[in-house]
Design a protein around this ligand. Structure first.
Ligand code: TXA
Ligand code: MG
Length: 310
């Protein structure tokens, strides 16, 4: 076991809050059975107490430690997608603190796919509560530097490199009869439906249960706007602000700085937060983002971009 993994386990056992990498975004991690640690996570993030956190576990064999009345679909999906960017909302086991669940009688569980964090989870043995390691409402961190900027006071930030997926996990509510996606992610509704053999609902955008489902979330500090391809030229040629543009093509002749974004959704998701963090650092007055296609494979990205727009 590497030194850093051992140190992470020691700190978690001592009730400390640290940052860990996952394949989606970095998490602000604490022992899910230690109320002091959970309180500290909420305090550091400035997160309202009624917004529950996801508990991370090593694998499906630990589901029953945290949840009850687990439907077969959870095991089928875990077999296919875990470790990976899919969280389940299930009825919580009796011992689970209501601090973790925001007072609800359900718990969100996920087995993340990052070798370092997997080793930490195995060695730690319990569950690790870990919301994204950003202050409430701000952009999620996809590398250790982003976390260090928001939380320089942490005793340890486990540096696992840039996050491979780059946006937060799909959250699937399996706590009632009809499976429902509470937050879209790179594991799509269609992929889930193929495994469980029945249709899945998509929750209304305004659902109050998931904090990621509030409209202004995942937002850069710089004002950000989404524009359709055909609106871009007119807008940029007339604008008076200093603009940074995230578009699918280079437009050398336009008076703005341009980041050319990938046309493949997985590649786009991988760099979107990094790009927004970078754009935010550069002292522009407006971030303009070219709206991606409205096809299903772009839906999680479109969801995050819409929330980044305020
Ligand atoms: O990819 C991810 O899910 C990342 C990494 C670190 O695992 N985590 C993450 O955590 O995005 P956070 O706290 O930023 O978002 C967790 C979302 C919130 O929107 C929260 O409201 C929702 O999960 N959630 C947690 N428990 C829930 C529950 N019992 N019912 C409904 N929503 C829940
Ligand atoms: Mg978050």
């Amino acid at each position: 076991m590497s030194n850093i993994v051992e140190k992470a386990i020691q700190l978690l056992k001592a009730g400390k809050v640290i940052a860990v990498p996952t394949e989606t975004v970095y998490g602000l991690a604490g022992d899910a059975c230690n109320e002091q640690a959970i309180r500290q996570i909420f305090a550091l993030k400035n997160r309202p107490a009624d917004h529950p956190v996801i508990v991370h576990i090593a694998g499906a064999e630990q589901l029953a430690d945290w949840a009850r009345q687990i439907p077969d679909t959870a095991f089928q999906l875990a077999k296919k997608f875990w470790p990976g960017p899919l969280s389940f909302v299930l009825k919580k086991a009796d011992h689970v603190s209501s601090l973790v669940t925001g007072g609800q009688d359900t718990i969100a569980l996920r087995s993340p796919n990052h070798p370092l964090t997997h080793e930490i989870l195995k060695g730690f043995g319990g569950g690790i509560a870990a919301p994204s390691a950003n202050r409430f409402g701000q952009l999620s961190p996809t590398c250790a530097e982003h976390v260090a900027k928001s939380f320089p006071e942490l005793p340890l930030i486990v540096d696992g490199g840039p996050c491979q997926v780059g946006i937060e996990s799909t959250i699937l509510d399996l706590s009632s009869n009809a499976p429902r996606i509470l937050r879209p992610g790179m594991i799509s509704k269609e992929q889930i439906e193929r495994v469980i053999g029945s249709s899945v609902e998509q929750a209304e955008k305004t659902s109050p249960r998931a904090s990621g489902s509030r409209p202004s979330h995942y937002a850069p500090n710089t004002k950000t706007t989404l524009l359709k391809t055909k609106e871009l030229e007119n807008f940029i040629l007339r604008a008076t602000q200093r603009i940074i543009l995230l578009s699918f093509d280079m437009h050398d002749e336009w008076p703005c700085k341009t980041f050319v974004m990938p046309k493949d959704p997985a590649a786009y998701a991988h760099i979107i937060y990094q790009t927004l963090h970078d754009a935010d650092q550069k002292n522009f007055e407006l971030i303009v983002i070219e709206t991606p296609p409205t096809t299903p494979e772009w839906s999680a990205i479109l969801d995050r971009l819409t929330r980044a727009t305020k």
